[in-house]
Design a protein around this ligand. Structure first.
Ligand code: SAM
Length: 212
């Protein structure tokens, strides 16, 4: 994602009631930030937030938290929330490497990863959100029957992710390298910003679902 430093982004996030500040103080009590107590699903690396906003609209029976590292990107989602507020959606501006400091064991029912940064150099593999190091973090916060859903158009990152799942001690429940032509996995699919862009260029979209 091309990043511009947007003046005022940090201040807008600090003032917004949609963005949870000092998220570690909420650990174990995330239901309190929502009007209804219901399963909690999170998206890591939500970008401008289109996917999680569409998901939260379609599923009012689920609470959602979108996590994004850069305030200049998260700002776009906050601006959309000002126009169309969703009671079952909040945002956190943080690095997902710290996820276990923010969520208690089993507090999260599902994790979405969409078009995660590929970090193509081998020496950066542990920064990939589907690396065994990140699966170990997800293990600390995900409910026993919880799952991780990952989409990408990057074939190398997808192959790496398929290989990391057993290495991390997880199980591959389903996968496809052509999501939009997979009748089962594409059912109810909600497109992300990157998914729309890359599929319109003719790139097939890969998806996997993993659990332990
Ligand atoms: N998910 C969106 C989509 O599919 O349109 C955006 C994809 S963009 C390529 C990846 C996003 O993940 C970027 O906005 C980046 O800042 C964010 N990101 C990458 N690593 C992250 C991390 N460790 N913690 C939080 N956000 C991260």
């Amino acid at each position: 994602m091309r990043l511009r430093n947007i003046p005022g982004a940090d201040a807008a996030i600090a003032e917004s009631s949609y963005c949870i500040k000092e998220p570690e103080t909420q650990k174990g009590h995330w239901q309190e930030v929502f009007p209804s107590s219901q399963p909690l699903h999170i998206e890591i690396g939500m970008g401008k937030g289109r996917f999680i906003m569409d998901l939260a609209t379609a599923h009012p029976e689920v609470n959602y938290i979108g996590i994004e590292r850069y305030s200049s990107v998260l700002l776009r989602a906050l601006q959309k929330m000002e126009v169309t507020p969703l009671p079952n959606l909040k945002f956190i501006c943080m690095d997902a490497a710290d996820i276990a400091e923010v969520f208690a064991p089993e507090e999260v029912a599902r994790i979405y990863l969409n078009f995660s940064d590929p970090w193509p150099k081998d020496r950066h593999a542990k920064r990939r959100l589907t690396s065994r190091q990140f699966f170990a973090r997800y293990d600390l916060v995900l409910a026993k029957d919880g799952r991780v859903e990952f989409k990408t158009d990057n074939q190398d990152l997808f192959t790496f992710s398929l290989e990391e799942i057993p290495e991390a001690g997880w199980r591959l429940d389903a996968s496809t390298r052509d999501l939009h032509h997979d009748e089962n996995l594409n059912k109810g699919n909600i497109m992300t910003e990157y998914e729309e862009k890359f599929s319109s260029l003719g790139n097939p979209i890969c998806k996997l679902i993993a659990s332990r």
